[in-house]
Design a binder for this molecule. Sequence first.
Ligand SMILES: *Cc1c(COP(=O)(O)O)cnc(C)c1O
Length: 341
Amino acid sequence: MEKKNIDWSNLGFGYIQTDYRYVSNYKNGAWDEGCITTDSNIVLNECAGVLQYAQTVFEGLKAYTTEDGRIVTFRPDLNAARMVTSAQRLEMPAFPEERFIEAVEKTVKANAAFVPPYGSGATLYLRPYMFGSNPVIGVKPATEYQFRLFCTPVGPYFKGGVKPLTIRVSDFDRAAPNGTGNIKAGLNYAMSLHAIVSAHEEGYDENMYLDAATRTKVEETGGANFLFVTKDGKVVTPKSDSILPSITRRSLIQVAKDYLGLEAEEREIYLDELGDMAECGLCGTAAVISPVGKIVDHGKEICLPSGMSEMGPVTKKLYETLTGIQMGRIEAPKGWIHVIE
Ligand SMILES: *Cc1c(COP(=O)(O)O)cnc(C)c1O
């Protein structure tokens, strides 16, 4: 199959329209059979539930070309399951998990010409999402929904080398206790935009959000979970009901234990323990792990010993092992790699 004429290695993280996307509609209590379409536009009533009350949830995952030329996705079953959880919290009908996998397969196959070649560092980012589509003016769930899945090729995350991030402890909260922080919903991002724009204006790359109830514990950033390595070599990640359960973070914990023989645990992590950390990274589908070099808490600088010029040694091993698994260079745990073709 002929690939599109794209300069893969110089792609950024932006929307490039591809040829096909998957659509299924929910009406009268049931999902239709769904199909692939070339139409990238959605026509909605002015009063659609998503436009009035933000009834929408989404997912994010990637398709890769492996070393031996197969097109694969990484643990799409976990994205499918998480989307069901997200939908239920917003009173939306679940999109069946096996249908989600089918939508991934069909969309990636149809757009195979857009899957970046092995070695380019680029990947095909997949964006499944669903939203309330019928008119809703009184506050209540919609009765009709649309599920869509489109894809867009994205460039290598660490173009021009790894550059550790400087982040700040935010005065804004991302998620309330018993709120919606643990689901992947657009509403969690709308309210993070002011915090991220002002962080950038002040020269920071990201916000570290604390637990809203006590503001003593580390939660996550706007779109990635934290992973720390303690000075005695243990991998730790924050535990909280208001953190989004990152698939990358859960996979890295397992890689730390089973591939690298490290101790790894999910536990509460206090802001005043950060001085005991040797390394810090942000985990998510986009970058796998982006290293953090410095955390600024209202003028007080916490400089990670791993420094501002490279990934810490444990972070680097975690990164290389997980990306090796994803690209087919290292044998994957059973069920992690879903072959498309
Ligand atoms: C999507 C997301 C992540 C990362 O999750 P992955 O499954 O690893 O991509 C982390 N935090 C938030 C708030 C997210 O929305």
